[in-house]
Design a protein around this ligand. Sequence first.
Ligand code: ADP
Ligand code: MG
Length: 244
Amino acid sequence: ETHEKLLHKDKMASLGKLAASVVHEINNPISGILNLLALIQRIMGEGPLGETEIQQFRSYIHLMETETGRISRIVSNLLAFSRQSKLTVSEVELNRIIEKALFLNANLLKINRIKVDTHLDPTIPKVMGSEDQFQQIMMNLISNAAEAMEAVGGTLSIETFHTQEENRVVIMVGDTGVGISRENQKKLFEPFFTTKRKGKGVGLGLSVVYGIIQEYGGNITVTSDVGKGSTFKVELPLNNGKKG
Ligand code: ADP
Ligand code: MG
């Protein structure tokens, strides 16, 4: 089999694995919503509604809202990942994508009192690939960093550089947040691994990021100290770029 075909097989296998866990994750909230709808219908069938029933309905609606939101987040996280084969490929300036992602997250960073420290090497080569995918990588890493420093504030540092020997572009995303335990560092990139409260995280961000980087033949690693912060390192090879 050609290299191209093998790459495609790999992609389909990881997509298949992801799809299986997605079906499971989406099924739970949907059954929950269906049960609540049946319950509401039954109560309505029993006669006129009193104040108690209305109160009950309020809490059911709230639950359905939370669960629908969860499904919506799961779906939107996956959309960009599954669309990948149809994405437009061009020569992308990563520094510009980083600036854009920072701009889009400006409010989140501001309300969490996060200082941004960038060292973007203006001489790094352009990378062949999809802007949308690179943006998704950056959006996920930045929002995770912001969430790790939620309320207490801190510093988000982003650095880019080019390694001559390996001919790779490297993006470092560091935060001074809560950090990640050794145990959790092993699970970070698994679909649906999250330590965030229900209604906040769905645990797909890093698995999508991982999937995209794999597709470019790249690498993502993390170093972290609990209580001190974390740094994610993204490496993208230049000679092994995406062909579309
Ligand atoms: P989510 O953000 O929805 O929880 P992710 O896949 O983006 O899902 O991240 C998975 C988990 O990895 C998070 O719940 C968190 O425990 C951990 N994590 C990711 N980035 C960071 C970070 N910068 N600092 C601390 N923990 C992190
Ligand atoms: Mg996330």
